[in-house]
Every structure is written in C-alpha cells, then in structure tokens.
Ligand binder design. Sequence first.
Ligand code: RIB
Ligand code: CA
Length: 351
Amino acid sequence: MLRVKRGCVAFLMLGLFARAAIGGPRKVIIDTDPGTDDAMAIMLALNSPEFDVRALTVVPGNVTAAQGLENALRMVSLADRCDILVAGGAQHPLFQKLVTAEFWHGKNGLANVELPPSKCKKDPRWGPDLIIEMVHANPHEITLVPIGPLTNIALAIEKDPSIVPLVKEVVIMGGSITGGNVNASAEANIANDPEAAQIVFQAGWPLTMVGLDVGDKTLLTRKHIEAFKKNPGPVSDFMYKVADFLIGLSEKFGETGTPMYDPLAVGVALDSTLVKAPAMHVDVETRGEFTRGETVANRRGANERNVLHHFPDGDRYVIEGLDKVEPNAKVCTEVNAEKFLQMFVSRIQGK
Ligand code: RIB
Ligand code: CA
C-alpha cells in the first residue's frame, strides 16, 4: 500500500510541477470603473482560459464608487462567478473632484441595461487592502489590469510599497502619446486622477500602457456583434446590448465602430503579440494649464544636458550632450486590431 501511495504522491507532485512549469492560468486582479467597455473587458477576461480572475476592485470614474460596485456585483452574478472577490475601494480621486461619464456609458454605467440583482456578495475588504493581501499571498504571480482611474493602485502602493517587486506585471488601459479624448492632451483614466497615475508610472514595476494610440484603432462594428445575435446566451446578449449602445453613440459622432479601450488592455495581457510596445519613459503632467493628465512619453530615451555658462555678453545655458532616460513603461503604438476583435467575439459569443 505504501509503495502505491508513494507512486500517487509522486505523480501528483509531477503534475503540479508540470502545471507550474507550463504556467497554469494567470492570476489576475482587474481594477475597474464599470463602465460599458469595462463590462466588455471583464467578460472577455472571465471567458479566457488563460486567466484565473481572482478579484475585481472597483474605483470611481465612469460612475460613482457605489454604482460601480453594484455593476461589478451584477456582472459576476450574470457570469455565475460568485467565486470572484468584488471589493469597493476609493470613493474619489486623490486630490480632485470626480468626473463621472454617464454621458458615454448610460445613466447606470452599463448602457442603461438593467441586469438582474446580484446573487454574489461584496468582499468586506477595501480594494487597495485586497490588492496588497493578494499580492503578498501570491508573490510574483499576480497580473494587475487597471482599466479605470489609477486611484486604488496608487493607494495600494502608498500603503505598502513592498508590493511593487512582488507584482508579476501591470497592464493598464490609460494614457495617450497622440492626444487626449477628454481634451487635447489627456485620456480619461489619467485625467480623472493624474497624481495617482504619476505614482503608478514611477513605481518601477513592469508596466504596459494600452492607450488611445491603439484603442482608437480597434473599433468594434455592427458586423462583429452580429455573431452575438447568432449565438445567444446571457452574457453575449448583455454584450450585444452594451455594444449596440456604444456603436450607436459612435455613429452619432460619425464613426462606424466603438473603440475597445478596456477590452484591448485585457487582450494585451492575454497576448502581448497583439501590439508593438516600445519601451519609453513616461511622466504624467499634474500642473499644466492645458496638459494636466497628459502622459508625456520620451520616445528618444534621452534629455539634452544644458550647462550654465558665464560669457562676457551674459549668462546662458549651452547644450553639452544627452542624458539617457530610463524607460518605465512599454507604450503600445501599433495593434493587430482584427485579430483582437476576432478573439473578443469568439470568446464571448454563445456564453
Ligand atoms: O479613455 C477610456 C477609458 O475611460 C476607459 O477605461 C473607459 O472605461 C473610461 O474609464
Ligand atoms: Ca474603464
């Protein structure tokens, strides 16, 4: 009997090691301000076998903290995933008033779709605390996917900076190096909490920025969502209604499709070959009159070195060389949009 038992234990251990070696599903925490495109991102993540979504932490942005928490709870319930922890977090940005976006997401933030009341219960912990606890409990295994303002992530870093080297990677939806969407310079997630974003960008962890530069090239159209009608299900029906609302809004502004901002961040976390993402140093402007909330990327990786000289005709600075600037982010600049859109549609239809 003992010999058989030893054999079973050895086989089990081998299986566990093999699973670890080939990499089982990635442990993921999504920080979200749900939000119509957040909803599509969350449903993509829940229907991707590469991901083991452990928690949703909710941040105010598209909607208030309370509305976002209710929306997150209703979505995990719709997907029959009450095993996923759902926790509220910050109630407002670090230093500015919240700007909510019902204009773009509908009164309830979910395209005015009334989902059934949730069967799931919220986790009693505060979102940043939940992130801290889960990172320490799963060192070097957690992928953070923030797809809203970065308030919760910044609070987690400020409360416990030791999590930074323990996080596997951070893939954010946010920022832009080709102009903003809330104004000429700032993208909504960064604009809603620039100080939080600067903390997150300067933390020193592996960060990928999935910004407007690629989101605006990844448009979901009516052609794509027809597949949801052909293959109905509770989730794909919900996704059809959300996408129909968003595409209708885009059509009002002369566009044919809706940018898949948040879902693409999940897509990049799933498959980084979907994008080209050169390493750059990114700072977040927090003081500019016209540029507060802009993600300012140094594409050349250097700053000119100016040295003050005293000349007979007066003092002036003289350029005397270039100083290297260490990158702190991979900035997505190109995307295989159709490959991602097919991934999204194929994983959601029929669910
Ligand atoms: O700029 C787009 C981002 O702002 C997305 O995350 C969207 O959900 C909104 O939060
Ligand atoms: Ca969002």
